[in-house]
Each structure stands twice: as C-alpha cells, then as structure tokens.
Design a protein around this ligand. Structure first.
Ligand code: HAM
Length: 407
C-alpha cells in the first residue's frame, strides 16, 4: 500500500508546477528589481523565537505550531511564518544598518485544512529592516501590488494603522471595556481573550461585537502616528494605488505597530480570501532582545494566489520530432540553440516511431512541433541548423515570446 501524505500537505507536480515555477520566477525577478536580496532562514527555530516574536497568547503559537523536542530535549518549532526568523537573523549578524531581504518557502500551521488553508503552505515575502520612513511602507505595498497584478489576482487593498505603543495602550483599554460589554456576542474560544489580547477578537470571523460600540484606533493616534499614516496614504495616492481603510484590520500576529495592510482576492471565499498581508513591526527587535529597530514587510500565500489566478499550465515551447533515423542525441543538439534562446524544449528520449513521437508532442502541450529530418529542422518554414537563433524565432511568430511572462 502506498503511504499517504499527511493531511493538509500537497505535492506540486506537473502539469500544475509549471505555473508555480512561473510565479516563483516572477517573484524572484520582481523582488530583486526592488532591491530586495535573497534571505534563506531555518525552517525550524527554537520555539521561544515565535513565543516572543509572534506572541505567547497568540493562537498561531498556542494552537497551530508544530512543536517538538529534539534529541537533547530542546523545544523546536517548524516556522509558522517568516518575519520573526528574519529579524532574529538580522540581529544575529550585528543588528545595524538596512536589510532589504526577500524570501520564499514553506511555512507550517496546524489548521483545519481546506482549499487555500493548508498545514504546509508556501509564502513569498519581503522584510525591510532599519527604516521607519513611510516611504518604506509605500515601497513594500507597491511591490505587493505589482506582484499580484502580474500574477493576475483581482484584489482589494485594505489598510490601517494600529498606532505605536503609546496610542495603542489607550485604545486597548477602551477596546477591552467595550468587549466586556459585548461578551455575549463573542465566540466561546475568544471570551477568555478579552483581558489578554482583545485585538485578536477583531480578527475573528465568529465574534460579532457591534462595530458601532467598538472604539476606532483612528481616534487614538498620536500626532506622529497620524502623520506617518497620512504620508503612507499620500504615497499610495501618488502611485495610483487604490485602497480602503478598514478600522478592524489588526492582522493575526502580535508584533504589528502603525501600518497594517492586506490584499483580499475578490474572487475567493472570504475565509481564505486574504492572499497577502503585512505591516510595520517597530517593536519586534526589542521583544527578541535587540535594540529598537523599525521594520516593515509582507508575506503572500502562493497556494491561495493560484486558487484566485490559476492561469494556464504552460507546457513546452517546442517539441522536436526526429524523422528518417534522427535519434534522441541528434535532437539534443538541435535543442541546444533553442534552449539557449530561452525556450523550453523537449523530445522523446526512447527510440519511437514518428507517429508515436507526434503523440508525445501532443501530450507535452508544446506550442510548436519541430520536425528534424536529415540536416533540416522544419517549423512552419524549414531553417538550416547554422542559422537557428532568436531572429528565426521571429519568423515562427515567437518574437513576442518573453521568458518572464511566457506571453
Ligand atoms: P500572515 O497573514 O499570517 O502574515 O500570512 C500571510 C499570508 O500567508 C496570508 O495572507 C495567506 O495568503 C498565507 N497563509 C497563511 N496561512 C495559510 C495557510 N494555512 N494556508 C495557505 N496560505 C496561508 C505573516 O505570515 C507575516 N509574517 C507577514 C509579514 C511579513 N508581516 C510583516 N512582514
């Protein structure tokens, strides 16, 4: 019997993986073009990192982490998110200066699996550490916006500001009092959180406190938080990025201060419609034992994005068929210049009849079939081997082919 994979995990294989590869390549190029350098952090960390970084009372930490003891009894957890690990890495390498880093990889949360809510899922994200400027917030949002539009996700951008430690404290006090008055409208698992972490309740889909009865953080912003948020909005306006302010947008992790934002896919069901979220976390470095360092970033869920924008599963560009004794190794030579020109090229590796090779070409979903016989490659118009190159691709109507967009 074949061993099943654990619930909530997926295999991303062909043909679906072609689209994944396309989107991950797009991410690599786009984040690089914004000046974000690659960072690769451990997939498991000491549990304490997430307890301190994400929040000891946060449900992601108390209920959703894959936590285990290693052989020497130390408590480790599979990372449920990437920001705490990036900040730890920044502090470990000195904790000074600007770090603009991009990541991509699997995260792990013990959730009730459904479409778009997985136990192992793939995030792409950036962290801009070391700048408190509103321009940094605007830049990360601009990158998110450009990425989602290139992937083809129809979306709405929601933004908010949670204020800083001071304005938030006054808001939390009044929020707590309002939640106590609305206790009957809270879900059973959140009634205990009123004292500990009332912000989390705003995030809950089951709690239904009367929105009119809840204090809006906007009424508590201090002057500098108000100015910072105004600058962020001005920057988005200048770039022509549309958004809506949502007073309930508090996000699911405890490290946020000031700007928070989420992109919601308008074509997905509400419980899994947030395809990307982020914000500022100016207090995180200190909770991890470092000096105060501001930061802002986001992470997006590829699984969800591709539910919202499945795209076409791009096959090969060219499938070569060998006629009249042209064998696989000859086809490999013919494939070389096409591959160098950035095309995805395949052919049958086992010796097969021409008819069988054409069947394989159809199965491969290749855009073009190139028939090689003797010294000629026939693709609509036959070309000589020596003159194969990008200019020939133009003759085959492939000029518009862009390896990035596959368009
Ligand atoms: P998050 O909102 O917890 O933020 O996750 C970001 C995105 O990951 C979500 O919007 C969603 O698309 C995806 N995601 C989360 N959980 C799942 C799941 N179980 N299955 C599939 N997709 C999921 C963070 O993780 C923060 N670290 C973002 C950040 C970076 N903030 C500042 N910098």
């Amino acid at each position: 019997m074949i061993i099943r994979s654990p619930k909530g995990t997926d295999v991303i294989g062909p043909p679906r993986s072609a689209r994944w590869r396309e989107v991950l390549t797009l991410w690599e190029n786009l984040s690089g073009s914004y000046g974000y350098e690659l960072v690769i952090t451990p997939v498991f960390e000491f549990t304490e990192l997430f307890e301190r970084g994400v929040g000891e009372t946060n449900e992601m930490v108390t209920k959703q982490m894959y936590t285990f003891a290693d052989r020497r009894g130390r408590s480790l957890s599979l990372r449920p998110e990437g920001t705490a690990g990036v900040m730890r890495a920044y502090l470990a390498q000195g904790g000074t200066g600007r770090w603009k880093v991009a990541y991509s990889g699997p995260m792990f949360r013990y959730e009730q699996p459904q479409g778009g809510r997985r136990r192992q899922f793939w995030q792409i994200g950036v962290e801009c550490v070391g700048s408190a400027s509103a321009a940094a917030d605007v830049e990360v949002i601009a990158l998110a916006e450009e990425f989602l539009s290139a992937v083809g996700v129809e979306n709405e951008l929601l933004i908010n500001s949670l204020g800083d430690g001071e304005c938030r404290a006054a808001h939390l006090e009044d929020l707590r009092a309002a939640m106590v008055r609305s206790m009957a409208d809270l879900c059973s698992s959140h009634r205990d959180l009123v004292e500990l972490n009332p912000l989390r309740i705003l995030d809950c889909k089951l709690c239904r406190p009367d929105p009119e009865a809840l204090p809006d953080i906007a009424d508590y912003w201090c002057g500098s938080c108000r100015d910072h948020f105004a600058e962020v909005r001005q920057g988005l306006d200048d770039l022509g990025i549309a958004y809506r302010r949502s007073s309930r947008l508090v996000r699911g992790l405890d490290y946020y201060s000031r700007t928070t934002f989420e992109y919601v896919a308008t074509t997905l069901e509400t419980s899994q419609s947030t395809v990307l979220g982020g914000g500022r976390y100016d207090g995180l470095a200190e909770t991890l034992g470092g000096r105060p360092v501001p930061g802002v970033g986001f992470a997006g869920g590829i699984d969800r994005m591709l539910l919202a924008a499945p795209g076409e599963d791009a096959g090969l560009d060219v499938f070569l068929v060998g006629e009249g004794g042209v064998a696989a190794l000859d086809l490999m030579e013919w494939a070389a210049p096409l591959r160098r020109a950035g095309l995805r090229v395949g052919f049958e590796l086992d010796a097969r009849s021409v008819k069988a090779q054409f069947r394989a070409a159809t199965r491969s979903r290749a855009r073009y079939v190139g028939v090689v016989s003797g010294e000629r490659l026939e693709m609509r118009e036959g070309r000589d081997r020596e003159t194969l190159g990008p200019e020939d691709l133009e003759k085959w109507g492939m000029k518009a082919f862009d390896p990035e967009t596959r368009a």
